[in-house]
Design a binder for this molecule. Structure first.
Ligand code: GLN
Length: 471
């Protein structure tokens, strides 16, 4: 799929392309390619797809079409669509049918998109490779012996192989940006509180955000424009009056690079070379590159792997074998609880629940959880300081290109280290984008990550479009 959303929109508007033909061609590509890649867990019901097609046609007929009207989209399987399956990549929700639409789904339906199917993901978004899905791994379309990244691996892969031009994912510690980098597409993690999470399965509630995947920065911007906005149903949603519409200056030109943090032991040589080349190109294009330093950035990963599991352990409590999802019998309700959770949760989810329960337990709460929160506060202050000197911060998205399936699955620490450049963003709450920055010699995509201050997605789009032209 190499047409932009705007081009597709023009073709749909002029009638040179019909919505049915577009949907059909997406479905054909999916049926040809998904057998190998396994990006999707399911296609939505014909009833939903057809009703969206009718709605989109009406919108064109009434002159009410948006840029996204009639365009197929795939959703990560932790996003609820009324009447449709949503598994969160977990066995515990294998037969769960959503009872309401997520706010992002409502917005996409109103905009006239065609919701096509559900994307594979690490179980409840815990992972970096989609190998933690209860339904099998998603393979990287650039090399099927390698992972597509995670946890939104399915969303990235389906866009990368051309099954749909846009998809949604969620990003708690890098789950949009990582897979975007590994698969060679654009992925945006939005400002915390920008896009409503109502109807999205929670992982780490102080970290989770929803965001789009696309083939270009402008495509991602189009989807962002539809899904962002205040929502009364999400208590962390940023109120309208705090969303400054008049953002100053598109002439922002200073890129801060934390060289000490980036040029580190463990970073893949190809990634470093590619990153430096990308920064040089921005310099030649007139950007000022500034070395910026952080005192506490090194600690972000440790902070994340305390705060995220803590929030996971509390969020996962809802899967109790009683309210919904898998329910196995037991002599007592506590026994049924244990049976259901043991059979329903995979190893990584259980690991996180154990770590999270531990760091929240009395006696350890101060030593771990409180301390992590303190460092979080320091990091937030540091980012504010650095943003006084730089308009955006640049880092590679991942420390390595897509790794082999199976390579890291038995070493959680090695896997967690893949998130080194992405988790600080979630700890602080700011927006960040991953943009394809070229390929390794063996043809594996790499990603450049730009990070902006809160609610400055507009800067990511402006700078991102400049970057895209140079690659
Ligand atoms: N890879 C990170 C983790 O395993 C991030 C996951 C995410 O962003 N959902 O927690």
């Amino acid at each position: 799929m190499n047409k932009t959303l705007k081009q597709l929109h023009e073709e749909l508007k002029s009638g040179s392309l019909t919505i049915e033909a577009l949907v059909e061609s997406c479905r054909k590509t999916i049926s040809e390619k998904d057998g190998d890649i396994h990006a999707l867990l399911g296609i939505y019901s014909e009833e939903l797809i057809n009703s969206q097609i009718s709605r989109a046609k009406e919108m064109f007929a009434n002159g009410k079409a948006t840029t996204l009207t009639g365009i197929p989209i795939v959703l990560k399987d932790n996003i609820l669509v009324k009447g449709e399956h949503a598994t969160g990549g977990s066995k515990i929700l294998e037969n769960y049918i959503a009872t309401y639409d997520a706010t992002v789904v409502k917005k996409l339906k109103e905009a006239g998109t065609i919701l096509i199917g559900r994307a594979n993901m690490d179980e409840f978004a815990m992972g970096t490779s989609t190998e933690n899905s209860a339904y099998g791994v998603t393979k990287n379309p650039n090399d099927i012996t390698r992972v597509a990244g995670g946890s939104s691996g399915g969303s990235a892969a389906v866009v990368a192989y051309g099954g749909v031009p846009m998809a949604l994912g969620s990003d708690t510690g890098g789950s949009i940006r990582g897979p975007a980098a590994f698969c060679g597409v654009v992925g945006l993690k939005t400002t915390y509180g920008n896009v409503s999470r109502s109807g999205v399965m929670s992982m780490g509630s102080s970290l989770d955000q929803i965001g789009p995947f696309g083939n270009s920065v402008s495509d991602v911007e189009e989807v962002y424009n539809i899904i962002s906005g205040y929502d009364v149903k999400d208590s962390t949603s940023i109120p309208e009056e705090l969303r400054d519409k008049k953002q100053e200056g598109s002439n922002k030109k200073v890129i801060g690079v934390p060289w000490n943090f980036v040029d580190r032991k463990g970073i893949d040589a190809d990634v470093l070379v590619n990153f430096k080349a990308g920064i040089e190109k921005m310099k030649s294009a007139g950007y000022t590159i500034k070395d910026v330093s952080f005192k506490h950035l090194e600690k972000a990963l440790a902070v994340y792997y305390i705060i995220a599991p803590a929030e996971v352990s509390s969020n996962q409590a809802r899967y109790d074998g009683i309210r919904y999802g898998l329910s196995l019998p037991g002599d007592t309700s506590i026994q049924s609880y244990f049976e259901s959770r043991t059979a329903g949760f995979g190893a990584e989810v259980r690991r996180r629940i154990l770590i999270g329960t531990y760091v929240l337990s009395s006696g350890y709460y101060d030593a771990y959880y409180n301390k992590a929160n303190l460092v979080r506060g320091l990091l937030q202050k540091e980012f504010e300081e650095v943003f006084k000197d730089a308009d955006v911060i640049a880092m590679p998205t991942t420390p390595s290109p897509a790794f082999k399936i199976g390579e890291k699955i038995n070493d959680p620490l090695l896997m967690y280290l893949e998130d080194i450049f992405t988790v600080p963003v979630n700890i602080v709450g700011v927006p960040a984008i991953s943009i394809p920055s070229g390929k390794t010699e063996s043809g594996l995509p790499l990603g450049m990550q730009f990070i902006a201050p809160n609610m400055r997605e507009d800067m990511l789009f402006t700078i991102g479009k400049d970057f895209e032209k140079l690659i």
